[in-house]
Design a protein around this ligand. Structure first.
Ligand SMILES: [Zn+2]
Ligand SMILES: [Zn+2]
Length: 669
């Protein structure tokens, strides 16, 4: 007999050689039926794995997140089986579970390809294998064709798969044994774990195909990456597929084009060009932020974009961030040759574009003597930064090479850290709520491998952040080793309407940069001290935040940020003059109003304005001109009907201004 520890702290006796499935059965037949895999001493294992005496065992059911990974990786085997069935020349490489599903990287040795057109046939084959409920069977073998398991494995995968060959070599070099998993006719090299049988894999869907390189190395073979997803229940799969469709419709790159917000050009890859409406939207975000910053005693500054390379050595960015920086390069004409250019001029003072705003703010801090009386000193900037991003990772406004941070640095005494962090958490939450992003999660990231500063300084910084979070009773998750190179940080992750998570705000403590730059302040004791520095941004990047809210609102922006708030449409040319008069009145009242005097018919103009998702449309004709009013149609409420201009302005009074935490009128409702 052996004994194992259960999650509730109790001990359970089992026969020698008992498996995790035996344990589940011993606990109850219900658990055995629900069991997907087991966690044995912290590692996820097959239900069929033997339990070592004294191990800590938890049976995983579909409610455990780890079980979903097991299901999805198992589905990758099922897909590989179907792919080999349809494309016998295909060679398998690796097939892991990923955040939203799984993929398998395939080498098409005959130069063929797999496309979404093949999905229906592949899914049909997968459904057939799933229905058969073949058990996933683990077999250990030597890489010797005399071993029947190995011989069978080699035969199934074309007999000479050099990718798996490389993996096998690496396993042998580590001195580990080769394990294979078989289901039905199919067998694959894999360390597991898997679901008990293919019957679990009924809710699977193939989603897309992309290119990949073997080992992620562009110098190696090109592979086809086939993606899919899998869920325990059909309704979970359906919900996911609906959300995926919805996300496609909301793609900010598509909406950015359709709503004429921004564009990109080959001459500036990864640098957005804001069109007039996109600029209005961008400015609304910046204006709103500025209004909140003023209320919190921030001092806005502007700092140069190009600064000396030397400065970036002092800041540590040169060592830690070189690959992402843009450097300027001096060029000169050759003396006497107007067309000759010297490319490699020796520069006294080489320059670089700022990838971050911090050093600029440190220079402003140092521009005069500082006293503890001005603390906490909050210096902010809508700071344009440039960072190199490879073309493969650029993505609309989400990942660009130039963006504006709503950046600020707080300088304070160590005693003031807690107050600053708590103020910032409230502040950031208010901002996200204003954009209807109310699902906010907080993570605390600790010291990374590549970092500046002593152990003592890091401990001090980490415990300062923990204390402020704990002190305010805020729930958070710890992200080990994910801090900035100069200090630990608190990150804000927000979920949009499609439940996708985005990292936006950040609060980073820095005990190291003030020292490197020799910052001081005169304390209450009249002595010089080094201040603590807090780096913080709420939107993070305005570009990225804009992309998020475009998708969150699906382009139907609330009135206060809508680039065009109302479109005036005359029913015919006869009323153009009145329409223009109304437009002028609304512009004078501070609204972003437009008038459509084009040649199209009124019905077409209304449709065009609706497709632009404008909050209000005002149609004007004889009746409106006589009464001096408008006929209003609202995006949210539909037909509102005839109304006077004053009544309309009164109606939208609240929704046209930025939401603020203290708004008595709204609070009273
Ligand atoms: Zn596997
Ligand atoms: Zn900074």
């Amino acid at each position: 007999m052996i004994e194992v520890h259960l999650p509730d702290g109790s001990l359970r006796s089992l026969e020698e050689g008992a498996t995790a499935a035996d344990l589940a059965a011993a606990i109850g037949p219900g658990l055995l039926k629900a069991a997907v895999a087991a966690k044995v001493d912290g590692q996820v294992k097959d239900l069929s794995s033997k339990l070592p005496a004294g191990s800590h065992v938890a049976i995983l059911t579909k409610r455990d997140p780890e079980a979903l990974d097991v299901l999805r990786h198992s589905a990758a085997h099922l897909m590989a089986d179907a792919i080999l069935h349809r494309f016998p020349e295909a060679q398998l490489t690796v097939g892991p579970a990923i955040e939203d599903g799984f993929f398998y990287d395939i080498h098409m040795s005959a130069g063929g390809s797999i496309t979404p057109e093949d999905f229906a046939a592949l899914e049909e084959e997968m459904a057939r294998v799933a229905k058969a409920a073949h058990p996933f069977e683990r077999c250990v073998a030597k890489d010797d064709l005399a071993d029947p398991v190995f011989a069978r494995y080699r035969a199934i995968d074309g007999g000479n798969n050099k990718f798996k060959g490389e993996i096998i070599e690496a396993i042998k070099n580590r001195g580990e044994s080769l394990s294979f998993y078989r289901h039905g006719e199919f067998i694959d090299l894999c360390s597991g774990p898997h679901v008990p049988d293919t019957g679990w894999l009924k809710n699977v869907k193939l989603t897309k195909v992309s290119g990949a390189y073997w080992r992620g190395d562009p110098a190696r073979e090109q592979l086809v990456r086939v993606y899919g997803t899998a869920f325990f229940s059909k309704s979970d799969l359906d919900d996911y597929l609906t959300a995926l469709e919805e996300a496609k419709k909301r793609d900010h790159r598509v909406l950015g084009e359709r709503l004429a917000l921004f564009t990109f050009d080959d001459d500036a890859p990864g640098f957005p060009f804001y069109l007039p409406k996109g600029s209005l939207l961008w400015n609304s975000l910046a204006d709103y932020m500025r209004s909140l910053l003023r209320r919190r005693n921030y001092q806005e500054v502007k700092t140069p974009i190009v600064l000396s390379e030397k400065l970036w050595h002092t800041s540590g960015h040169y060592d830690n961030y070189l690959e992402n920086m843009f450097f300027t390069k001096l060029k000169m004409r050759e003396v006497g040759h107007s067309c000759g250019v010297i490319d490699n001029v020796e520069e006294d003072r080489p320059m670089a574009m700022k990838p971050m705003n911090c050093p600029g703010h440190l220079i402003i801090y140092k521009s005069r003597l500082r006293s503890h009386n001005e603390f906490p000193l909050r210096i902010c900037e809508m700071g344009l930064v440039h960072r190199r991003e490879l073309s493969g990772v650029r993505h609309g406004l989400f990942r660009v090479q130039a963006f504006t941070q709503d950046d600020a640095h707080h300088f304070c005494t160590p005693d003031q850290i807690g107050g600053e962090v708590q103020m910032l958490i409230e502040f950031f939450k208010e901002v996200y709520t204003a954009f209807d992003l109310t699902d906010v999660r907080i993570e605390l990231s600790t010291r990374p491998e590549k970092s500046l500063g002593s152990d003592e300084v890091w401990e001090k910084a980490e415990s300062a952040l923990k204390q402020s979070l704990d002190g305010a009773g805020i729930e958070y998750r710890i992200n080990k080793g994910d801090g900035a190179f100069y200090g630990p940080k608190i990150d804000f992750h927000i979920r949009d309407v499609l439940k996708r998570s985005w990292q936006c705000g950040t609060i980073q403590l820095d005990f190291s940069m003030p020292e490197r730059f020799g910052l001081t302040y005169v304390g209450a004791d009249g002595e010089r001290h080094t201040p603590v520095m807090v780096h913080r941004a709420c939107y993070g990047s305005l570009e990225r935040f804009l992309g998020i809210i475009i998708e969150n609102y699906a382009g139907a922006f609330p009135l206060w940020i809508a680039p065009v708030q109302i479109m005036i449409i005359p029913v015919s040319d006869k009323f153009s003059a009145y329409a223009q008069r109304v437009n002028t009145l609304l512009l004078d009242a501070g609204l972003r109003s437009e008038v459509n005097l084009g040649p199209d018919r009124v019905g077409y103009k209304i449709r065009a304005a609706s497709l632009q998702k404008l909050p209000y449309i005002a149609v004007v004709g004889e009746r409106e001109e006589e009464s001096g009013g408008l006929n209003i149609r609202s995006r949210e409420q539909g037909e509102i009907g005839p109304t006077s201009i004053e009544a309309f302005l009164a109606k939208i009074q609240v929704e046209r201004v930025a939401p603020v935490a203290i708004r008595p009128a709204a609070a009273a409702e």
